[in-house]
Design a protein around this ligand. Structure first.
Ligand SMILES: [Zn+2]
Ligand SMILES: [Zn+2]
Length: 130
């Protein structure tokens, strides 16, 4: 029972709590967005329901995840694939990705916000398009 162990314990609890709060916040704006908007990807127009609803994600138009106005004006529902594309496109338009070939930084800066989600979804490939 050294005080050091208690500190670590406290720290772990704080980290867990912070994570939990972040998750709650993510869930709550996603839940709100799904109440406001129909469950349709606003880029490819695919509709999601039931289990597949988790493939529909909330994009922040101004890229600020802290900006969550309750009227949904900063949100856009995008499927995982369109969302990924959207971020890649945004980065390109800001000149972060691939503008200068030969720059050794360029290929490392691709932003992949949904790697975790994709892992959660398993190896499922989007092969079910008719
Ligand atoms: Zn889509
Ligand atoms: Zn986004």
């Amino acid at each position: 029972m050294s005080p050091k162990n208690q500190d670590t314990d406290k720290m772990n609890k704080l980290i867990a709590q912070a994570r939990h709060e972040q998750e709650q916040r993510d869930k709550s704006y996603r839940g709100q967005a799904l109440k406001i908007f129909p469950p349709i990807c606003s880029h490819c127009g695919r509709e999601f329901s039931g289990k597949r609803l988790k493939e529909l994600t909330v994009h922040h138009k101004d890229n600020n995840h802290e900006n969550n106005p309750p009227d949904g004006s900063n949100w856009e529902l995008l499927c995982l694939y369109c969302h990924d594309n959207e971020h890649t496109r945004l980065l390109k338009s800001h000149g972060y990705v691939g503008q200068q070939t030969g720059d050794d930084r360029q290929s490392r800066s691709t932003y992949k916000p949904f790697e975790n989600l994709k892992a959660l979804l398993g190896d499922e490939e989007p092969k079910d398009e008719d």
